[in-house]
Design a binder for this molecule. Structure first.
Ligand code: FES
Length: 206
């Protein structure tokens, strides 16, 4: 796979670059292109697109957001696919999906944890960049050993200390929360993608 690929959306004529490590959806949002989406984590099917030309890599073939019927019809999830070279797609888009703050990848370290209840824990990360998200936004966490990103709403507000707080409920058999609760230790490095979308409420399950 080359480091950068150009993606053309035939539906709206937009064209944007995908950097190494980005999904098609994340590349679009970084470029200020409003591809339709909801969860950004493979669960809802809100980011379906058709591949018209070129090759893609599917990062999570079993993602629940895509039905067998979708697969037979040649549909894919923009949040779970990467372009392998230049591609042309047909994907719905709208102005409401254009991010007010384009997402940016940050690296973060788990700095502090505390148990709130028997199955809810607060995790505080300190990132290498600004914590200047908006109320209602969430972060996509790439956790070690976990397939795909996980979306969690911040429980704090924008701050100058680069702190990102999350109050997360353990999900039985959930890969993401298993890693957070049982494998990550204070001081571990983690990758945090900057807040994207506008999902009110607390933790989104993993
Ligand atoms: S945005 Fe929900 S599956 Fe991609």
């Amino acid at each position: 796979m080359s480091d950068q690929a150009n993606i053309t959306n035939q539906k709206d004529g937009s064209r944007f670059a995908q950097a190494a490590g980005d999904s098609i959806l994340r590349a679009a949002l970084r470029a200020g292109v409003g591809l339709a989406y909801e969860c950004n984590s493979g669960g809802c099917g809100g980011c379906k697109f058709e591949l018209l030309d070129g090759q893609i890599e599917n990062l999570w073939p079993e993602a629940p957001g895509l039905s067998e019927r979708d697969k037979r019809r040649g549909r894919h999830l923009a949040c779970q696919c990467r372009a392998l070279g230049d591609i042309t797609i047909a994907a719905p888009s709208a102005g409401e999906y254009v991010p007010q703050q384009p997402p940016r990848r940050q690296s973060a370290q788990l700095a502090w944890v505390r148990d709130i209840t028997h199955d809810i824990r607060e995790f505080r990360f300190v990132a290498d960049g600004a914590a200047d998200f908006l109320p209602g936004q969430y972060a996509m966490l790439d956790l070690p050993g976990v397939t795909g990103s996980r979306a969690y709403s911040m429980s704090n507000t924008a701050n100058g200390q680069r702190e990102w707080h999350f109050q997360i409920r353990r999900v039985p058999h959930g890969q993401g929360t298993h890693t957070l609760f049982d494998r990550l230790a204070v001081g571990d490095a983690d990758d945090v993608a900057r807040a994207v979308g506008a999902q009110p409420g607390n933790a989104v399950g993993a």
